[in-house]
Unconditional design. Structure first.
Length: 643
């Protein structure tokens, strides 16, 4: 058993080029400073993947990491993090997923698996009770994620085997390919393409290693109390009944639901694809990730019509937007089928839907002319949406171009296509229109992995939660803090959310029950973490850890050339006033004042967005200061030359 409470105590290093595996101790000081999950992955990536390493090179690393809560009874402790240099953005990349793989990986004896190199032929990695083995994957190469899991369970004679795998999209190096686990997707940043570039089809985990302190009476008591608090959260009943699709109708009502490639934020046919309609017409049963009392995942099925028989384990809010409103499609059965295909091929539904919407708008504007594809690219063509998913996964004709992501596709097309490419730092924007929620506009711009809603994950002003705002920040910030159209105090909310969020991603639990609205916040997490790790972490120390990880991710990106100029939004959202009725009407994203305040709160240089030496020193990141000073000077010189 590990001598490090709360941890398996081992990191497995795998070199696919040489076939060598090495199990090393997880240093206590590294766990103390970065926790695990996202934090651990960030530190390893900084240390070992420099700016000369391209994302699809063998030298890039794929890091799969779990946290100290993983594998315990703490509520929602079923998440794992995948960290790498992103082939979609070229900067820091990560993705997070639930399901049941994370606790099994830890029970197999490892807190992290670090993979580098490229195998000569397709392989998978087998983890079992503290050992690892590279095995031939020819039997599963070419299969989707669903069949891959089935075949590996047969091969290893274990129906409870947990598998993190890629589908055909990862094999074909689609730049937004996902890593899948039982219908759950570590979807963003193209982590599946990195896995495919290494000829690594899957990681399969077995084992029953006991986690130190997981049965400690005080920790168990605290975990049970936390579970009750999550179940008592006002947001939980709706999330259990409808899952994230419960958000579709209210987000459309406030103009926050991207429609027709972000031309507007409301969908006139929202009732046709809402969570209520999904449950009423297609619900089969609820399922839950490991240790989760919420159970927001639903198995859904199409019972009749063209897509009859299509069944999927999870159809999320983002997928309903991606294959619904974003492409002007009101055919819910086709959305279920589109989501099923993405999960099997291993595709990020956000980037996939955004890429298809981008193509449809270019067709509408006459930039993509008839003849570039045999498909009808008119808005709302459900058959085209479904077919394009397959063509993207297999890089066939137009799908080959869209598999590069909207930024690269726009650069190749030209003719003004860049204006319609809805991305930040190369990653497609998820289903949140920042013109309706200013804090989200800022959070998307500052996210370390490019356009994203889950890094800062501001929810206080999403629909207006004054009680929760007071509980978190104090009544002195009302009413502006809960008003989505206001910029005041939003930098404070985003900064806090980024630091809290990266802690959540580092300890291995879900953001539901912690963010939306808050049930478990800084104080509760610090208590549980102290009990499981024996680190005696109080709230100020935990906040420092979160800030340290955020700043190290920023410094990784600064080393890759990211500065203030990149913390922006597409021109459409900065210049075109929202036509959607309600709160969003007439607004753009007012990014500059929020960004100015954000840099001030972070102690980053306001002109360049580079962390100051004093800030880095205060966080124990002295080793990044030479890069900080160099990049700040270079960017200042560029700005002066431009003016």
């Amino acid at each position: 058993m590990s001598s490090l409470p709360g941890y398996a105590g081992k990191i497995l290093r795998v070199d696919l080029a040489t076939g060598k595996l090495l199990s090393v101790d997880f240093p206590k000081e590294l766990a103390y400073a970065f926790l695990g999950g996202s934090g651990l992955g960030t530190k390893i990536l900084w240390d070992e993947v420099g700016p000369k390493i391209e994302p699809l090179m063998p030298e890039n690393e794929l890091i799969i990491a779990v946290g100290p809560f993983t594998g315990t009874i703490y509520p929602t402790a079923g998440r794992f993090e995948v960290v790498t240099k992103s082939p979609l953005t070229g900067i820091y990349g990560d993705a997070n997923a639930g399901g049941h793989f994370a606790p099994k990986m830890k029970q197999a004896g490892f807190d992290a698996v670090v993979v580098r190199g490229r195998a000569i032929k397709p392989v998978y990695l087998w983890l079992n009770d503290g050992k690892g083995e590279i095995r031939d994957a020819h039997r599963v190469w070419g299969h989707g994620a669903v069949e891959t899991e089935k075949l590996l369970r047969e091969e290893l004679d274990d129906p409870l085997l947990q598998v993190a795998s890629i589908g055909q999209a990862g094999e074909n190096l689609v730049r937004y390919a996902a890593v899948m686990n039982g219908g759950c997707a570590a979807a963003r940043s193209g982590v599946g393409a990195v896995m495919g570039s290494k000829n690594l089809k899957a990681v399969a985990a077995q084992g029953y290693t006991e986690i130190p302190h997981a049965r400690d009476p005080d920790f168990v008591k605290d975990a049970v109390a936390a579970r009750k608090e999550v179940l008592g959260n006002s947001f939980t009943p709706g999330l259990s009944k409808y899952g994230t699709p419960q958000l579709c109708a209210p987000m459309s009502m406030v103009g926050r639901f991207p429609t027709k490639n972000h031309q507007q934020g409301h969908f006139e046919f929202i009732d046709d694809i809402s969570g209520e309609t999904l449950v009423a017409n297609h619900f089969v049963r609820r399922i839950a990730c490991a240790s989760c009392p919420i159970g927001c995942h639903h198995i859904v099925a199409v019972k009749e019509g063209k897509y009859a028989g299509s069944t999927n384990e999870v159809v999320e809010y983002e997928s309903l937007n991606s294959f619904g409103a974003r492409v002007w499609n009101r055919n819910l059965p086709s959305i279920i089928e589109a989501d099923r295909l993405c999960d099997d091929y291993g595709l990020d539904t956000i980037s996939t839907g955004a890429s298809i919407a981008f193509a449809m708008e270019l067709y509408e504007k006459g930039i993509l002319e008839r003849g570039i594809s045999d498909l009808d690219l008119s808005w709302g063509n459900a058959d085209t949406v479904v077919e394009l998913i397959t063509r993207i996964a297999f890089r066939k004709d137009l799908g080959n171009l869209l598999a590069e992501g909207v930024k690269r596709a726009a650069e190749r097309i030209g003719k003004g296509a860049e204006y319609y490419a809805m991305h930040i730092k190369g990653q497609e924007i998820p289903a949140q229109d920042g013109r309706s929620q200013q804090s989200m506009g800022l959070a998307q711009a500052t996210s370390s992995r490019g356009a994203d809603h889950l890094k800062g994950f501001p929810t206080i002003d999403e629909m207006g939660y004054p009680t929760e705002a007071v509980a978190r920040y104090g009544k002195q910030y009302l009413p502006e803090i809960v008003d989505g159209s206001q910029t005041k105090y939003k930098a404070m909310v985003v900064k806090d959310g980024e630091e809290f969020g990266t802690v959540i991603d580092s300890i291995g639990i879900c953001k539901f029950g912690t963010f939306f609205p808050p049930a478990l916040y800084w104080d509760r997490i610090a208590t549980g973490l102290s009990l499981i790790t024996a680190f005696e972490i109080d709230v100020p120390r935990l906040k420092t850890i979160g800030e340290r990880i955020v700043n190290l991710q920023r410094m990784f990106n600064v080393r890759e050339g990211i500065t203030r100029k990149d913390d922006t939004q597409p021109r459409r959202l900065l210049e075109e006033k929202s036509p959607s009725p309600g709160r969003a009407y007439g607004h753009v994203i007012y990014l500059k004042p929020m960004l100015d305040e954000y840099y001030q709160l972070r102690d980053w240089h306001p002109s360049t967005g580079v962390p100051t030496s004093s800030k880095l020193r205060s966080l124990g990141l002295e080793y990044t200061i030479p890069i900080s000073e160099q990049k700040h000077s270079e960017e200042l010189a560029r700005i002066q030359a431009a003016t």
